[in-house]
Write a protein that binds this ligand. Structure first.
Ligand code: FES
Length: 95
């Protein structure tokens, strides 16, 4: 299975994960500073800045796009509860 390296810039930790892993699955285990509320792409609490590797993340679903727009998120932002890691990326909490 393909692997990806996900780096949490806020805590300086890199984790090798199977491609297709959701960010939320990893960030809670390593103690990154991303905070979760609904976990269903509704509240925007998990807004995350993608420092590099945006091209290696899953495409946002229509509901994620709507939540990102509602929170006036920049083009470098994603919801950690929704985003799948498909290749190497570096992220940090946006809130
Ligand atoms: S935890 Fe609510 S949108 Fe991700």
């Amino acid at each position: 299975m393909a692997k990806a390296i996900l780096t949490f810039a806020d805590i300086g930790v890199s984790v090798t994960v199977p491609a297709g892993t959701r960010i939320i699955e990893v960030s809670e285990k390593v103690g990154a500073g991303i905070v979760y509320g609904c976990r269903e792409s509704d509240c925007g609490t998990c807004l995350t800045e993608v420092i590099s590797g945006m091209e290696n993340l899953s495409e946002p679903s229509p509901i994620e796009r709507a939540t990102l727009a509602e929170h006036k998120a920049g083009a470098n932002m994603r919801l950690a509860c929704q985003t799948l890691v498909l290749g190497d990326a570096t992220i940090k909490p946006a809130i």
